[in-house]
Write a protein that binds this ligand. Structure first.
Ligand SMILES: [Zn+2]
Length: 421
């Protein structure tokens, strides 16, 4: 098949106390799969037609055909972007849904992506179905029409295609969490401490970082499986160490999501706690995840949606998950209208032992350090690359040559966020 693809406010965002990163505690092991892999139905759709009831997983070719088909069927509403390619050269795609002719929109940008853990496939199919539902509802369903006309909606259904199609393009049965290099993509992003990931940055994430850097996503969510809980920022800290400056807003958004879902099925979002949502770090702290990367470096409000206790859901259950997830997933997009976005604010009131203070911030030419540092240090960009070396004893860093953006100054185990204007 030949496919031609074209290519906040954190009012007073607090800085972070440096604390040692903890391993996932034993109290919260990954949930055991409760259906034997060989006994459940993993039906595959070989054609677009076989996806019509949304009770199958698409083969890789069917997935590509679905995406391309939407762009052809709704040329005024939908374009397919190629975010990049995986280690094994599979496409990482994003459906871009924009109303009003889809050109030069001034609407805020929203981003859904799913299945960066390749075996957490429920979200993959739900995202495909969401694209189809939004597009087919434009002009007939008032809610969807308003949403598409007021938000630029980006949906990346599959962030880790090599993990999902580990067993070959014709089945998801042998899907695995990792990419083809056996790296966990959700431990492979730059993090708020500037701590490099254990593994070299993977091509899937390099592509994702470039894509999100070229957009201004204000609200996003990343879909996972293995539990059912709305996991809001941060993941790098517990809420007592560093609450997200918008924790109250997050809790309201999460509550609305869970409440809506429970009007369709009361039994879900209960395996972690009764309320169905939690600050990520209070569940377990992880380093180098995508959620905190988006929040910290891109001023985007991103949460992690854990949407099914079973990672590789039997295909006959997909429709049931859609039934209670459809409305909250749609409503979550509209939450983009419930907050205002301003410049990146950095508040040093929260500065503590692990953090260095730099000023002015944001800055254009130079930033000054509040204290002399006795060791050499480095400045990293949002891609996790070292862009400046700072000699020991420096009190001032020249940032004139750096492009606009967010940087991390890392000195030993201490760090500071620098915003270049
Ligand atoms: Zn996951």
């Amino acid at each position: 098949m030949s496919l031609a693809f074209v290519g906040f406010v954190f009012a007073g965002q607090t800085l972070f106390a440096q604390s040692p990163l903890k391993e996932r505690p034993d109290a919260f092991p990954p949930k055991a799969e409760n259906i034997d892999i060989d006994s459940k139905a993993i039906n595959m759709a070989q054609t677009i037609g076989e996806m019509s009831s949304w009770d199958r997983y698409p083969t890789y070719e069917t997935y590509l055909a679905l995406m391309q088909g939407w762009a052809e069927r709704y040329p005024d509403l939908c374009h397919i972007d190629t975010i990049g390619r995986s280690v094994q050269d599979r496409l990482i795609l994003c459906a871009r849904i924009q109303g009003n002719g889809a050109t030069e929109s001034a609407n805020p940008e929203f981003f859904y992506s799913s299945t960066m853990h390749g075996d957490e496939v429920t979200g993959f199919v739900l995202m495909l179905r969401l694209i189809d539902t939004l597009l087919s509802g434009y002009g007939t369903n008032q809610q969807y029409t308003n949403l598409i006309d007021s938000v630029d909606i980006y949906i990346n259904p599959l962030s880790n295609p090599d993990g999902t199609y580990r067993g070959g393009n014709s089945t998801v049965r042998y899907a695995m969490r990792y990419n083809a290099n056996y790296v966990d993509l959700n431990r492979n992003f730059p993090d708020p401490f500037g701590t490099p990931p254990t593994d070299e940055q993977q091509v899937e994430n390099t592509a994702m970082i470039e894509y999100v850097s070229n957009h201004s996503f204000r609200l996003s969510a990343n879909l996972h499986g293995g539990s059912e809980v709305m996991n809001y920022p941060w993941d790098s800290f517990t809420s007592s160490e560093n609450p997200h400056p918008d924790s109250d807003w997050w809790q309201q958004v999460c509550k609305r999501f869970v409440d809506t879902s429970r009007t369709y099925s009361n039994s879900h979002f209960r395996d972690v706690n009764s309320q169905g949502y939690i600050a990520g770090g209070d569940w377990y702290v992880i380093p180098n995840g995508r959620q905190d990367y988006m929040n910290y470096y891109h001023n985007c409000r991103e949460m992690t949606m854990e949407i099914s206790t079973i990672k590789l859901l039997g295909s006959e259950q997909l429709s049931e998950y859609w039934r209670f997830m459809q409305h909250p997933l749609v409503n979550y997009i509209a939450e983009i209208h419930t907050f205002t976005v301003g410049n990146v604010g950095v508040n040093y009131a929260g500065s503590s032992a692990g953090m260095l203070a730099v000023y002015p911030n944001p800055a254009q030419d130079k930033v000054f350090l509040s204290e002399e540092i006795s060791v050499s240090s480095r400045v990293y960009n949002a891609q996790g690359q070292c862009v400046l070396q700072v000699p020991a004893g420096a009190r001032c860093i020249d940032i004139k040559t750096l492009p606009q953006g967010v940087y991390i100054l890392r000195v030993g185990n201490r760090s500071a966020k620098i915003v270049k204007r």
